[in-house]
Design a protein around this ligand. Structure first.
Ligand code: TLP
Length: 347
């Protein structure tokens, strides 16, 4: 396996498949998944549904496609989707919510990125002479750009109960729901229990080379399967990827605590560097969002200086940067990144 010369903290998407995944991919039994004949995909879909406690699941190439399908399957054109202001569906999916589902995002800013039912309830709109009706509530757990924050289980249940009482569905962007589970001490099954659909990524902290899952009722997933085909996501002999996904799902969640400990190490270390500020209370999982404005150096410039010394950390905007821990950047790599950060901000 070739080694990257960089310490790459840009995202947990950069993880490379483990030797066990590569072996499983090599040996995978495959068939045409558009005909429902790929045994490894079928096994992965059954396993994901079981782990999340839902009737069915769908293997999709990316988290973005999973969210696109999840939003589309619960909504109609001309509706609004309530989400948090930093939501991935609003900020990082090329407006697919508008483009494909014909819906408008109704963003609400929440401290720490965790919406409460009370905040959501105030923004729910019935169809009127001026207002488009609310069609769906979307919650992101963990909330990526809020620093990987975690929804407490009671908050999720309260949001789902409130939404369901009004006839509304809840889709969870659970790209990192296994990180949420590791941090809050509940199972992903408990977290997903009341949500109508959950998308989660195999390709982030769980380490698969590609792929995400969308889980929900059999009826919703049957609809989702047709939407996936419309989007060009019918992938044929894709058991080669599902084989890695099965290992990601069953063997990788147990180690996410290490990533969380490394994120804390980074956050505490960054905080000691003059001019860098981190709210340690926001660091619950594997993401650290930190403010470099006190250094007097713009975040993209810091990013460039780090890169010149072999460390990759992206700027979110001129003040903020985001570091994400994962199994390809362990404790020693994080310690080096801290040292280099100290050096480049002193320059
Ligand atoms: N997030 C990526 C970037 O797109 C920002 C990252 O590096 O974190 N939901 C959430 C919460 C995500 O963080 C991401 C990816 C997705 C959905 C989309 O997943 P992919 O990249 O598989 O389409």
């Amino acid at each position: 396996m070739s080694e990257t010369p960089f310490i790459d903290l840009r995202s947990d998407t950069v993880t490379r498949p483990t030797p066990a995944m590569r072996r499983a991919m090599f040996e995978a039994e495959v068939g045409d998944d558009v005909y429902g004949e790929d045994p490894t995909v079928n096994k992965l879909e059954a396993r994901a549904a079981e782990v999340l406690g839902k009737e069915a699941s769908l293997f999709v190439p990316t988290g973005s496609m999973g969210n696109t399908i999840g939003c589309k399957m619960h909504t109609q054109h001309g509706q609004e989707v309530i989400c948090e202001a930093r939501a991935h569906i609003l900020n990082y999916e090329l407006s697919m919510l508008a483009w494909f589902s014909g819906c408008l995002a109704r963003p609400i800013h929440a401290d720490r990125g965790v919406l409460s039912w009370e905040q959501i309830r105030r923004e729910i709109r019935p169809l009127g002479p001026h207002a488009a009706p609310t069609g769906l509530i979307e919650i992101e757990n963990t909330n990526n750009l809020a620093g990987g924050s975690v929804y407490p289980l009671e908050t999720i249940d309260e949001i789902c109960d409130g939404a369901h009482a009004l006839g509304l569905k809840v889709h969870m962007d659970g790209a990192r729901v296994f990180n949420a589970a590791a941090a809050c001490g509940h199972t992903v099954r408990e977290i997903a229990a009341k949500c109508d659909s959950v998308m989660f990524c195999l390709s982030k902290g769980l380490g698969a080379p590609a792929g995400s899952m969308l889980v929900g009722t059999r009826e919703a997933i049957d609809r989702g399967r047709r939407l996936r085909k419309r989007l060009g996501g019918g992938m044929r002999q894709v058991g080669v990827l599902a084989a890695a996904g099965l290992i990601a799902l069953d063997e990788m969640p147990q180690r996410l605590g290490e990533d969380h400990a490394n994120a804390r190490l980074l956050a505490e270390g960054f905080k000691q560097i003059p001019g860098i500020d981190v709210d340690l209370a926001t660091v619950e999982t594997n993401i650290v969002i930190f403010d470099v404005s006190g250094t007097g150096i713009a975040a993209p410039e810091i990013s460039a200086r780090l890169k010149a010394r072999g460390v990759l950390i992206n700027a979110v905007n001129p003040r903020l940067m985001r570091a994400v821990t994962h199994f390809d950047a362990g404790r020693a790599a994080c310690e080096t990144a801290l040292r280099v950060m100290g050096e480049v901000t002193r320059q």
